[in-house]
Design a protein around this ligand. Sequence first.
Ligand code: SF4
Length: 399
Amino acid sequence: MTMTADNVQPVSDPAATPPRLLAAGHSADALAHLSAFGPRRGLRRADLERELERSGLTGRGGAAFPAFRKLAATTGRRAPVVIGNGSEGEPWSWKDAVLLANAPHLVLDGLLTASEALGAARTVLYLHAAAVAPVAAAVAERSDAGRVELIEAADGFVAGEASAVVNALQTGRAVPLDRTRRLSESGLDGRPTLLHNVETLAQLALVDRYGGDWFRSVGDPERPGTRLVTVTGDVAAEGVFEVPTDATVLDIVARAGGEARLAAGVLLGGYHGRWIAPSETGAAPGESAGAGVVHVLGPQRCGLAVTAAIVQELAAASARQCGPCLFGLSAMADRFAELAAGRLAPQAAAELARLAEAVDGRGSCHHPDGAARLVRSALRVFARDIHAHAEGRCLRSAR
Ligand code: SF4
């Protein structure tokens, strides 16, 4: 299924938190946006930093770094650059595309507020090809967004990694940089660079309007607010949903018409995420939420076969710059294929655990760490499947 602005599911359960990011409805133009949210305040830097700290807002692109710390860290002698990252390279995520199609003005508000607060020299939106048109239409509707540079993102799983975005904008090569300095000190054009996922910017726009206390009035006190999740897999209606951050996996899957307790497993956070067992779905995703991907593996699908295919894709996505990533991930892909095929399954499982240790933290970016996390979780959650495969059986009828 291809996710579009038309099949985003609005929050319709009256017991659920009212939508925040999607409160202006489908494909909101400037008028609908202003009717729903009112004008932005455009807080000055110190005030914005204070309200962001009070809000507890964390990044929605995967790393969940506190937004106020990122703002505070963006310093230097030269005027900074602010980048909104809407490249969304994660294969099972459409939440940024849905946000940009439905609430482009909220993203622009957040981007412009951050840019003005920092006195930015450049203000860039780096967008998946599908998102360029709705954002360009929104820019054309407003008088304050003329300086925003809209740049189409490169395709590719690692192309959305923060330093890969800066590299793509600087050199045209969308691969991570081997970095010794933080982007907040020296990024695009050698300037201090603040890079946020577009959902984080939309959330920042809400903090700017309504303040930190309002923001943290819903959700998990440790990571407050709402978040967008993309629910895919064996559910009645795949889609993007806005949920409070304390919504359980069970509830999130139910929004899409699925039953998490009956699943073979649920993948949280996408290809760099981790599998959880059905018995663990009564809790919120917490720090495993990543960029909001929730993939449901129905009881008839084999978690080993699905994970083997993902690890193969992760190995192919390596930017081939770091030895442990280049060689380690392809070895992991080979061993996982053996595991899924039932060849030497116990030995392959032991070797995979060893390889996960060997690649973890050994790349210039977090690509190998994400692969190691996925593999370790699969070995744990699908342990019974590994035994069955070793005996030449599969517990699931479909692979
Ligand atoms: S860890 Fe892998 S993806 Fe990341 S920079 Fe190194 S080779 Fe590229």
